[in-house]
Design a protein around this ligand. Structure first.
Ligand code: NDP
Length: 342
């Protein structure tokens, strides 16, 4: 079976590609253009550029870890595709049974939220779905959404509140709070549901919280960066409560959402919602020699925790790696890759 993974070199996507290859799939992975390609595009006529369309990224940092995966030589093909170039995914998606759309920018403090986060998330998702609509082979699309698109509502959160997939983040609230990444994921998921319903696409979303675990890629992604922050000598921890989940469980959920014919709708994925004050205690117990932040960055009451229903996701057959194991795997990997030494 042939499937497509967009943003194939990313943290979560690399694990999805790995798992798909292990399960015997032929994988078409997309990567965005490196700079030289954009320059060439401006300088050369379109007919010439179509010849380049299927070239693998020139940047080995983005692809080496994919080429190292078992089965990649035989069954992994890499393509260039740009989220914001209409039709860019058409030829890649044609012939695929499933498209796993993971590509979307994930970082904080953008200079221009619309251009940097919201446009690639929303227009990019619609662009990929537009290609899926044209391709008769595509049976299902799995979108990597986020708990960010679930929990940002007016409902007060506390340790006894159970959040489930019926909850949708409210764009106006995200905007007011300047939570631009949260807004980008919320708008992208909303747009995806509308487009899919209007165009008869079988869409399933996976909505993970903060994803950690071992990195396959050589670069540091945002969620791993948060763990790195906690073990890099900062004196304060942030006043946040995040949900956390292991990347291997998230990858499996994506694949099972395709392989399970009855899968549908949204699947929230949170092993545990925990405040940073508790996370630093766990790290201190695991690694007594490490300096971890000792006080909260502000004097506000601690951000509340909450519970997230596991009912839907466990019905797919996904089990959760305990948070402590995920945290240890992340720290060990950050150490192994030289992001931190202790
Ligand atoms: P990464 O930063 O590792 O991966 C993001 C991917 O998106 C990369 O492949 C990147 O390509 C691609 N991308 C980003 N911006 C653009 C753009 N403008 N045009 C084309 N491609 C782009 O992050 P993650 O693996 O963590 O995130 C993957 C997905 O999972 C995202 O949709 C994210 O929102 C979602 N998610 C992540 C969570 C987490 O905690 N990590 C939690 C919940 C959801 P390139 O390599 O070229 O930069």
């Amino acid at each position: 079976k042939v499937v497509c993974v967009t943003g194939a070199g990313g943290f979560i996507a690399s694990w999805i590609v790995k798992l798909l290859l292990e399960r015997g799939y032929t994988v078409r992975g997309t990567l965005r253009d490196p700079g030289w390609m954009r320059q060439a595009r401006a300088a050369l006529p379109m007919e010439t550029l179509n010849v380049f369309r299927y070239w693998v990224s020139a940047d080995p940092k983005k692809t080496e870890h994919l080429h190292a995966l078992d089965g990649s030589a035989e069954r992994l093909q890499l393509f260039k595709a740009d989220l914001l170039e209409e039709g860019s995914f058409d030829a890649i998606v044609e012939g695929c049974e499933c498209v796993f759309h993971t590509a979307s920018p994930f970082y904080n403090n953008p200079k221009d939220p619309q251009v940097e986060l919201i446009d690639p998330a929303v227009k990019g998702t619609l662009n990929v779905l537009g290609s899926c609509k044209k391709a008769s082979s595509v049976k299902r699309v799995i979108l990597t959404s986020s708990m960010a698109a679930v929990v940002f509502t007016e409902k007060p959160l506390s340790a006894d509140v159970m959040v489930d997939e019926t909850s949708y983040s409210i764009p106006e609230l995200c905007e007011k709070a300047k939570e631009w990444y949260v807004l980008s994921k919320t708008l992208a998921e909303q747009a995806a549901w509308k487009f899919s319903k209007d165009n008869g696409i079988d869409l399933v979303t996976i909505n993970p919280a903060m994803v950690i675990g071992p990195l396959l890629q050589p670069t540091l992604n945002t969620s791993a960066q948060i763990v790195l922050y906690l073990i890099s000598g900062s004196p304060v921890y942030l006043n946040y409560s995040f949900g956390w989940v292991n990347v291997k469980d998230v990858a499996l959920a994506h694949v099972l959402a395709f392989e399970t014919p009855s899968a549908n709708g949204r699947y929230g994925m949170v092993d545990k919602v925990i405040h940073f004050s508790e996370v630093v205690k766990i790290i201190k117990d695991m690694y007594p020699s490490l300096t971890v932040p000792e006080k909260c960055a502000d004097d506000e009451p601690f951000a509340p925790t909450y519970q997230v229903s596991r009912e839907r996701i466990t019905s797919l057959g996904v089990e959760f790696t305990p948070f402590e194991t995920s945290l240890r795997e992340t720290i060990e990997c950050l150490k192994e890759k030289g992001f931190v030494s202790f």
